[in-house]
Design a protein around this ligand. Structure first.
Ligand code: NDP
Ligand code: BG6
Length: 491
């Protein structure tokens, strides 16, 4: 199993394009700091951040002192380690669209060809090709080089293939790390452990025993400062094409023969290819688009999506999607998979709910008439936990069944700092382990399923339905699931 260890890595140069951006400041640099605290970053390694902003290394370090520091909890902060960490960090102003501006980087990297070299592209996807061409033209790609790219890769299958073609013109597939940070989350890997490290789930993991599966990634935040990016993207591309489909695939895949990267990815892609296509009227009937309007949380009112300054006030970009999907395979035929994601929903909740079939014949009177069958709830956020709902006899002199939960809260079990998903992924890039990264054919297969849905929305001019911020999305999402006689798990 690809669990992170504190093994010392080979010394590396980590070149962070977009080093001043939101993702770098909130996640990537804190992740590298935490790995340094664990003693994992070898001496003589360097993190070389770049962006257009004109500053020197001292200026960048002092920016990190304020901007990154606020994303590290006081309990996890150690002033000495932070100081040591900052000594590993450098900055070069660089406009990736200007071939001349790679020159200082060439000088900085000269003589370190034997080091692992990571080009991490934390920039808009429209800049990916410019950067890969730029580092290629500057002669910076060595045998030990890797490139890591953020999602979404492209806007559709055609543009993703174009980016991939250009990438493979300068990097081999085994040098390319396509990131989906959900694969770095502990609970996602625990899903693999749960399924393939325990004998008793496997016989239940099929259509004979499972009634339906619900996967929800709900966020309470809005689009924050990312309006311009988000409005061009929408929830289908931002969340469904990658995070939601990755969760579905890990849940539904057949057991791989080993934990080797290709053994795992070979099984994942079979699920993507087995997803029944949703196109035309089928796509309309099996999907819901939503867009949030102004609403309120306990903390006060929040504006609607269209109230953001950087969003056109007639935007029809969706901030919510729900889809009823099916997988055409022996294991899953007939089991509906309900996928749902949205911004400004009632709470930040990411969970996978597996509803088992009801007992074939009940001999017991129950408090709730078995309206709620056995259920396995795998929660990724806010807490990481696994809960199983079973029925027991309630204490008393009559035989009355009552649902109770077997609870596994990872926080209680392991009692240590919860890792940022990127910590594992960044170390894997440096270490050279591709298990938790998307292969080219996986990305293409995910887009191949997504593209017809978007095409149908356009063809039928299916505009998003509005929902109030702070709720679980538009009413149409409840109507979608109720067609199967079900309701979303919102306990
Ligand atoms: P930001 O807009 O916050 O940051 C973009 C970065 O790129 C900045 O450092 C910017 O600095 C730099 N940049 C822009 N143009 C150039 C240029 N011509 N030359 C050099 N540098 C440039 O984006 P995010 O950090 O939010 O996102 C980065 C990537 O990560 C995107 O692909 C996004 O989809 C993905 N992502 C983001 C997540 C998030 O939570 N933020 C989550 C998951 C994925 P400057 O303007 O100074 O040049
Ligand atoms: C990113 C999306 O990939 O994932 C964001 O671009 C979203 O829009 C984020 O907010 C959610 O990640 P997490 O780990 O907070 O659930």
């Amino acid at each position: 199993m690809n669990l992170i260890s504190n093994e010392t890595l080979q010394p590396f140069d980590f070149i962070l394009f977009g080093g001043t951006g939101d993702l770098s400041i909130r996640k990537l640099i804190p992740s590298l700091y935490f790995r340094h605290c664990e003693g994992q970053l070898p001496e003589d390694s360097r993190i070389i951040a770049t962006a257009r902003s004109d500053m020197d290394t001292a200026g960048f370090r002092s920016m990190l002192n304020t901007d990154v520091r606020e994303h590290i909890d006081d309990n996890d902060f150690n002033a000495d380690s932070w100081k040591e960490f900052l000594d590993l960090v450098y900055y070069h102003p660089l406009d990736v669209t200007d071939p001349e501006s790679y020159r200082p980087l060439v000088d900085t990297l000269a003589g370190r060809e034997e080091y692992v070299r990571v080009f991490y592209l934390s920039v808009a996807p429209s800049l990916f090709t410019q950067i890969t061409n730029g580092v290629h033209a500057a002669g910076l790609i060595t045998e030990k080089s890797r490139v890591a790219l953020e999602k979404p890769l492209g806007r559709d299958r055609a543009s993703a293939e174009e980016i991939n073609d250009r990438l493979s013109a300068v990097f081999n597939e085994d040098q390319i790390y396509r990131i989906d940070h959900y694969l770095g989350k502990e609970t996602v890997q625990n899903l693999l452990a749960l399924r393939f490290g325990n004998a008793f789930f496997e016989p239940l993991w099929r259509s004979e025993r499972i009634n339906d599966v619900q996967i929800t990634i709900a966020e309470d935040l809005g689009v924050e400062g990312r309006g311009a990016f988000y409005d061009q993207t929408g929830a289908l591309r931002d969340m469904v094409q990658n995070h939601l489909l990755q969760l579905l695939v890990i849940l539904a895949m057949e057991p791989p023969v080993s934990i080797d990267p290709d053994a795992v990815r070979d099984e994942k892609i079979k699920v993507l290819r087995a997803l029944k296509p949703l196109a035309g009227i089928d796509a309309i009937e099996n999907s819901v688009r939503g867009q949030y309007k102004a609403g309120a949380y306990g903390t006060g009112p929040v504006p609607g999506y269209l109230d953001n300054d950087d969003i056109p006030n007639d935007s029809s970009t969706e901030t919510f999607v729900a889809i009823r999907a099916e997988i055409g395979s022996w294991r899953w035929e007939g089991v509906p998979f309900f996928l749902r994601t949205g911004k400004r929903m009632e709470s930040k909740t990411t969970e996978i709910v597996i509803n088992f079939k009801k007992v074939p014949h009940s001999i017991f009177p129950t408090a709730d008439g078995f309206s709620t069958p056995n259920q396995l709830i795998i929660r990724l956020q806010p807490e990481e936990s696994i809960r199983m709902r079973i029925y027991v006899k309630a204490w008393g002199d009559d035989i009355q069944l009552q649902p109770v939960y077997l609870n596994l809260d990872f926080n209680d079990v392991f009692q240590k700092r919860k890792m940022i998903a990127y910590e594992r992924l960044l170390m894997d890039v440096i270490r050279g382990n591709q298990t938790l990264f998307m292969r080219r054919d996986e990305v293409a297969a995910a887009w191949a399923w997504i593209d017809p849905i978007r095409a149908a929305w356009e063809q039928y001019q299916y505009l998003p339905k509005s929902y109030t911020a702070g709720t679980w999305g538009p009413g149409a999402s409840n109507a979608l699931i109720s067609k199967d006689g079900l309701r979303w798990n919102e306990d």
